[in-house]
Write a protein that binds this ligand. Structure first.
Ligand code: SF4
Ligand code: SF4
Length: 283
């Protein structure tokens, strides 16, 4: 069903309300994510000689097709970061102003928190207040049209799941997950859930207790340890350093980890994208 233009937009603030954050001086972790530019910002940046050179030819993520700012080196920090300070703070893009809030558009609009931000939970700004300002900035018109196109994609997805006889209601899946949650901490239970996720079949629109029953009867995965090793290291097994997750230590130094052969190699990352190895671990 598409959005009714006469109805107020349904916006879910439940994840952000009641929470606060404070930006930590010297962190700048979010300046390692390549900032995207809204069409109006791209126009403003292209026209301004102070900013025009900062626009990248392409985003590091192939899924992002719009304009974005350059990174220093192939995988360093944003072009405008110097000594962990933003050189265009008052002109920074909407993307940077919104962090650590993400606006997720699916069946409804949902405000999510990017949990990689270390300032979350510290006393400071209200995340609910920041989120409402972000939504006001987007404007109802733009949000409504994004919501409509997202709903079209989701509707098609649900239709495909029905056509292939694998559709389950959200509440049944949630109910089954809830009933199995105690078993997820047990090796055998976890092994069954993983095997079911990979090969399991349940007839369409099954009730929660039936899904849970079938999971409990599933033949467990034969080699949980091997599987854990593969699943636990695939995140670090990427050829492009710029796509690896970045962590921050208690001294605000940035770290990346990469699977090299059979070891996880840790590197310190500098603003200009240089890396220096500091650890090797057997996963
Ligand atoms: S990640 Fe969070 S704490 Fe760190 S600079 Fe960004 S907003 Fe501030
Ligand atoms: S524009 Fe400024 S705030 Fe945004 S990523 Fe670059 S340095 Fe950080």
């Amino acid at each position: 069903m598409l959005a009714n233009p006469n109805m107020p937009l349904e916006i879910d603030y439940s994840e952000v309300d009641g929470k606060s954050y404070r930006c930590i001086d010297g962190c700048a972790l979010c300046c390692l994510c390549q900032p995207e530019l809204l069409p109006t910002e791209e126009e403003r940046f292209r026209k301004d000689p102070r900013f025009a050179d900062a626009i990248a030819d392409r985003h590091i993520s192939p899924d992002v097709t719009g304009a974005a700012l350059k990174l220093k080196g192939a995988h360093g920090a944003c072009y405008f970061l110097t000594d962990k300070r933003c050189r265009i703070y008052n002109d920074r893009p909407h993307y940077c102003r919104s962090f650590p809030i993400n606006v997720f558009v699916g069946w409804r609009i949902q405000l999510n928190i990017n949990l990689s931000c270390r300032g979350i939970g510290l006393e400071g700004e209200s995340l609910g207040g920041v989120s409402r300002a972000i939504i006001a900035d987007y404007g109802e018109g733009r949000l409504s049209s994004e919501l409509e196109s997202a709903k079209r994609v989701f509707t098609e997805f649900v239709k495909n799941t029905r056509d292939t006889w694998v559709a389950q209601s959200f509440s049944s899946v949630r109910g089954a997950g809830h009933s199995l949650s105690g078993e997820l901490v047990d090796e055998l239970g976890l092994s069954r859930v993983l095997a079911y996720a990979e090969h399991g079949r349940t007839k369409q629109n099954a009730p929660a207790n039936e899904i849970a029953k079938i999971v409990r009867r599933t033949e467990p995965d034969a080699d949980l340890e091997e599987r854990a090793l593969i699943d636990g290291t695939e995140l670090f097994d990427l050829p492009d350093l710029s796509l690896l997750p970045i962590y921050i230590d208690d001294k605000n130094d940035w770290k990346i980890f990469r699977l090299v052969g059979k070891e996880i190699v840790g590197y310190s990352l500098s603003e200009d994208g240089r890396t220096q190895e500091f650890s090797r671990t057997n996963p």
